[in-house]
Write a protein that binds this ligand. Structure first.
Ligand code: FMN
Length: 150
C-alpha cells in the first residue's frame, strides 16, 4: 500500500514521530513536512493559533508539492493546540482527495485530544475519506517553538 506521512510541526515533536513511524512502516513510505506561509511566533501560536485551531480554521501554508492523489493511504500528523489540531492540519485536510484511507496522529503535551477527536474524524469523513487509525502521542512538552534554521 503506497503510503505518505504528511505533517506539520511547530516544536519539532511531530517530525520526530513522523520519522519514527516512517521507519516502522519501512522503505517506500514518503514523508512530507507542510510549512506555514508565514512564520509564526510563540505569541502568535497562543493567540491566533489557538483561536483558529478551536474554530477549525486552516492556516495559509506553502504550496504542497506532492500529489496526494497518488497514495492509497495518507497519514496526517499535527500538534494539538488548545485541545484541537493546529491550524495547518486543516490546510492538509482541505487538500485530501476523496476515497483515501486516512491515518491520524496528534502530538500533545498531555497526550489527550479526546475533546476534538469526534469532530476531527467527521471532518475527514466529509472529504469522502475513511479514518483507519487515530492515535495520541504524549510528548510531555509544553509551548515550544523550534529554532528556525539559519
Ligand atoms: C499554542 C500551543 C497550544 C498548546 N495546547 C496544548 C493543549 O491544549 N494540550 C496539550 O496537551 N498540549 C498543548 N500544547 C503542547 C503541544 O501540543 C506539544 O508541545 C506538542 O508536542 C507539540 O508538537 P510539535 O513539537 O510538533 O509542535 C500546546 C502547544 C502550543 C504551542
Amino acid at each position: 500500500m503506497k503510503t505518505i506521512i504528511i505533517y506539520y510541526t511547530f516544536g519539532g515533536e511531530t517530525r520526530k514521530e513522523a520519522k519514527r513511524l516512517a521507519g516502522e512502516l519501512g522503505v517506500g513510505t514518503t514523508i512530507y513536512e507542510v510549512k506555514e506561509a508565514k512564520e509564526r511566533s510563540v505569541l502568535g501560536s497562543l493567540v491566533w493559533g489557538c483561536w483558529h485551531a478551536m474554530r477549525r480554521k486552516a492556516s495559509e501554508v506553502k504550496p504542497i508539492k506532492v500529489d496526494l492523489g497518488s497514495y492509497d493511504r495518507i497519514i496526517i500528523g499535527a500538534p494539538i493546540w488548545a485541545d484541537y489540531p493546529a491550524p495547518a492540519f486543516y490546510a492538509i485536510v482541505e487538500r485530501l482527495p476523496a476515497g483515501k484511507e486516512v491515518g491520524l496522529f496528534f502530538c500533545s503535551g498531555g497526550g489527550d485530544s479526546s475533546k476534538s477527536k469526534k469532530g476531527t474524524i467527521e471532518l475527514i469523513e466529509k472529504k469522502g475519506c475513511k479514518v483507519t487509525s487515530y492515535r495520541d502521542v504524549r510528548t510531555g512538552k509544553g509551548i515550544v517553538k523550534e529554532k528556525s534554521p539559519k
